[in-house]
Design a protein around this ligand. Structure first.
Ligand SMILES: Nc1ccn([C@@H]2O[C@H](COP(=O)(O)OP(=O)(O)OP(=O)(O)O)[C@@H](O)[C@H]2O)c(=O)n1
Ligand SMILES: C[C@](O)(CO)[C@H](O)COP(=O)(O)O
Length: 406
């Protein structure tokens, strides 16, 4: 509970509405805008982390779209919270989604509720404390808002200006809009029962039902990410304060040689009087590089992902393994900058096949050819390689991950 000096203590439930489709922001493979990555994390994770660390937050309910269960579960992996966080499904409008969240909080014994857009990640605790102070004073409804600073025009549907509107006493509404819990739940229920579903914020429902709404100063940074450009700007803003995160992984592998008709190295089949022994196609070069990639994000090694005991990988093309590792790297926010393989083999000669091998790496990793390197050396007839008993490979991968906060 947040005890303001000589004020009522606030025990706050928080409703985060995240069930919108983000149509104005356009589509993305990452999902609706609340799941888009900014500064290396989904928008909603920034919002949640900011709210759950606020002292007065007692219970958080996130209102999600039924189609977004998997997206939310995936985003939620980033979060460790001492404040309980639950989810409910939202409705077709923001108003319906808020009501679903409020109903969920009914038996949670909270005195007040803060209703916040998932897509406003840039508020701060100073704003939350300012709101809590007014609620603690007894205000039933508190609205953070910024005075309008632009000159305002009213125009007709053809875009011709009809008049200039005075900006005196005009404010742009932000969230979290905050209320005495029972009061706003009752107002929302009445609005729903009246058949109205066109309220774009909760303060307007309070106004409609005659509850006085007190404005407190919002923060200029507390913008709603609405269109595509807002998301790009939010990402730039967060990324500028990140430390570069360049990581290097190495991998080593050996496979035995036995009589045969050829070896596969970096996906290129080279006719030879021996073949490499192994469960898969025994492409020692791709195995070493798979390990190097996995090492850049602590994702174990090739054996963890493709156990040799699993019959499905018998004779498998190692292209599967390396593409899988590259996908893991990307899912964790990495960009592959460079892949370098050294083959240690007495025979066959690698030189004539080197360009084909580099081209394969470029294709498997979806990176430029110049970022792919393949080298080879003999072992000067020394040791198991020198005796043509096996081929070894060493690989290095360099990956840049989304930075860490300074
Ligand atoms: N049916 C809805 C509609 C909106 N929201 C949430 O309300 C907040 C503010 O809404 P807005 O920016 O309008 O989001 P969208 O409705 O997703 O955007 P658009 O109108 O562009 O589709 C967002 O966090 C959004 O997820 C919601 O929970 N349920
Ligand atoms: C709640 C809100 O974010 C306050 O500015 C806004 O009203 C949402 O409205 P939209 O029309 O859904 O963008």
């Amino acid at each position: 509970m947040l005890q303001m000096p000589s004020k009522q203590p606030i025990s706050a439930g928080i409703v985060i509405v995240a069930a919108g489709r983000g149509e104005r922001a356009g589509s993305s493979t990452e999902g609706p805008k609340q799941y888009r990555m900014i500064g290396g994390k989904p928008v909603i994770v920034h919002t949640l982390e900011n709210l759950m660390t606020w002292e007065a937050a007692k219970q958080i309910v996130v209102v999600i779209h039924p189609d977004d269960e998997a997206l939310f579960a995936r985003a939620f992996r980033h979060i460790i919270s001492a404040t309980p966080i639950e989810t409910v499904h939202g409705g077709a409008t923001r108003q319906e989604s808020v009501l679903a969240g409020l109903r969920h909080l009914k038996d949670k014994h909270v005195s007040h509720v803060l209703i916040h857009d998932a897509v406003r990640p840039f508020f701060d605790h100073v704003l939350l404390d300012r709101i809590a102070e007014r609620l603690g004073d007894g205000a039933p409804a508190v609205l953070p808002a910024m005075p309008v600073t632009d000159t305002l025009k009213r125009a007709d549907s053809a875009g011709t200006v009809l008049t200039t509107v005075s900006r005196e006493h005009l404010y742009a509404a932000q969230t979290p809009q905050s209320f005495a819990f029972a009061t706003i739940l009752d107002a929302h229920e009445k609005a729903a029962a009246s058949g109205r579903s066109d309220f774009t914020d909760d303060a307007s429902i309070a106004e409609w039902s005659g509850i006085p709404v007190t404005i407190v100063e919002g923060t200029p940074d507390n913008v709603k990410l609405t269109v595509k450009r807002d998301i790009a700007m939010a990402d730039d803003k967060l990324s500028a304060s990140l430390l570069p995160d360049v990581r290097t992984g190495n991998g080593y592998d050996v496979h035995q040689l036995e009589p045969g008709d050829g070896v596969t190295l970096c996906g290129v089949f080279i006719p030879h009087d021996q073949k490499l022994k192994g469960h898969s196609d025994a492409d020692v070069a791709l195995h070493a590089l798979t390990d190097a990639l996995l090492a850049t994000c602590g994702a174990g090694d090739i054996g963890d992902h493709f156990p040799p005991s699993d019959p499905q990988w018998k004779g498998a093309a190692s292209k599967i393994f390396i593409e899988h590792a590259a996908r893991i790297v990307r899912e964790r926010g990495g960009t592959i900058m460079n892949a370098d393989v050294s083959l240690i083999a007495e025979a066959p000669k690698v030189g004539p096949h080197r360009e084909a091998m580099r081209a394969n790496l470029s294709e498997y990793l979806s990176i430029d050819l110049e970022r792919c390197s393949v080298k080879a050396t003999t072992n000067e007839k020394i040791g198991f390689v020198g005796r043509r008993e096996g081929i070894a490979a060493i690989a290095t991968a360099t990956v840049v991950y989304r930075g860490m906060k300074r």
